[in-house]
Design a protein around this ligand. Structure first.
Ligand code: HAM
Length: 421
């Protein structure tokens, strides 16, 4: 143990704590996107602070309480990214990807995000998302495509015990009317100071309040569904129709508002029933006004972010273990210096031929070296001593059956390649 430990709300991913599973999760969550025309994008982990205050919203918890801001350097006020959407829109506008004549611009990303939240199970200060954004098209089929891809992604990992919640938040025509009506209603309730303030700045967020005494009072709150304009209603219905046709089960969630201000129309969340309070394993929606909020042209868009950390926890909760191949196929053990030289060369040849191979390093007894071979999960051990070399062979030991056979040195690489390890 050193003097230092990982900061509160963060954790290390190590080979002993399933780092390979996390890699596999990222890979499988993004696989459906890669098959659907989404191109990979990477943006900086820090950005101009104002990108987030303007994009995510001045009144959101993410901006008011949870932003990791960096010490000011000159005029620059920077913050670690709390989410990916604002950055992807910024990058798209900066490179004018939307002007290349191929709309929607479809992008995916995988990376770490930072929110100064109170850490608890499933809620971290550094967490990881696989995300997707489709920019520059207003088409219910695009919303449906993304929801289907997310569902396919979770299913490909074996997850089953989750629900998909869907809502529509309306657009710039109908939402303000609803907002005013809701505000008027909220002013008649008995609410604490904080909640009253929230009702004035961001009344829709109050609907999301989990406290019993607030929820009881909200029973008769005006419903956004009743205020949706004809266009929004038709759009929402089409999205649902396409989901149903694709065999995707979803629940209507009239109170689903989400914690980011940029959403319009379709919003959705995947919630897992084995995770306790932090149950959202992914979420997203349409954000038709975000580009303009960032100084760009109108660029109606939709996207999602799937939480890698919570996906891992959800898999644990369902008892799902991925069948991952061992990272090492062949493990070489040399008995003596001369044998070490020969095996070292062979190990390099094997690796170059595509066979995942490791070698016992340091001075080890044969017993300890064979223990390492065992722990590596290798299918075969290569053992060579002076006597073997004199005969021009190495011993190939099948680690499952224990069977050992001599193989001529020159035949070693083709023999192992043939086994397609
Ligand atoms: P979000 O709902 O804030 O949306 O985050 C998406 C997912 O990231 C959540 O469902 C959750 O699984 C995971 N997540 C969020 N915060 C934490 C945390 N503190 N610890 C662990 N996991 C967490 C967004 O970020 C939007 N950018 C999604 C989006 C993309 N909307 C449109 N395009």
């Amino acid at each position: 143990m050193s003097t230092f430990t990982a900061p509160k709300g963060t954790y290390d991913l190590l080979p002993t704590t399933n780092s390979a599973v996390y890699q596999a999760i990222r890979d499988r969550l993004s696989a459906p996107l890669r098959r659907a025309g989404y191109g990979y994008v990477e943006t900086p982990v820090f950005e101009d602070l104002k990108l987030f205050s303007r994009g995510v919203g001045e009144s959101t918890d993410i901006v008011t309480k949870e932003m990791f801001t960096l010490a000011k350097r000159g005029d620059e006020e920077l913050a670690l990214r709390p989410e990916g959407t604002a950055s992807v829109v910024r990058a798209t506008l900066q490179a004018s990807l939307h002007k290349l004549g191929n709309l929607p611009v479809k992008l995916w990303y995988s990376g770490n995000f930072y929110r100064y939240e109170r850490p608890q199970a499933g809620r971290y200060r550094q967490f990881s998302q696989v995300g997707a954004e489709a920019l520059g098209a207003e088409d219910p089929a695009l919303d449906a495509e993304l929801i289907i891809l997310a569902d396919d992604a979770f299913r490909s990992l074996g997850l089953r015990n989750y629900a998909l919640l869907v809502n529509s938040l309306g657009d710039k025509q109908c939402r303000p009317v609803y907002r005013a009506a809701l505000q008027e209603f909220l002013r008649t309730l008995v609410l604490d100071e904080d909640t009253r303030r929230r009702a004035e700045i961001n009344p829709l967020r109050v609907l999301d309040d989990k406290r019993e005494n607030v929820q009881v009072q909200l029973a008769d709150a005006p419903r956004l569904r009743d205020y949706l304009c004809e266009d929004c209603k038709a759009y929402d219905e089409k999205v649902r129709e396409l989901l149903t046709a694709a065999g995707i089960a979803f629940e209507d969630a009239p109170n689903l508002v989400r914690g980011l201000d940029y959403y319009t129309r379709t919003t959705f969340e995947f919630v897992h029933n084995g995770l306790g309070a932090q149950s959202a394993i992914g979420g997203g929606g349409r954000y038709d006004g975000l580009s303009e909020m960032l100084g760009g042209p109108a660029l109606p868009s939709v996207g999602w972010g799937l939480g890698v950390d919570r996906t891992f926890l959800a898999m644990e909760a369902e008892g799902i273990a991925l069948d991952l191949p061992a990272t090492t196929s062949v493990y070489a053990v040399a008995l003596g210096e001369e044998a070490k030289n020969v095996l070292f060369t062979k190990v390099t040849e094997l690796r170059r031929a595509g066979v995942a191979t490791d070698l016992a390093f340091g001075v080890k007894s044969i017993k300890n070296a064979m223990k390492s071979a065992n722990r590596s999960g290798a299918r075969f051990a290569l053992i060579a001593g002076d006597r073997d070399l004199a005969e021009g062979v190495v011993q190939l030991k099948d680690m499952e059956s224990g069977e050992q056979t001599p193989v001529a040195l020159e035949a070693l690489v083709p023999t192992l390649k043939e086994k397609q390890l």
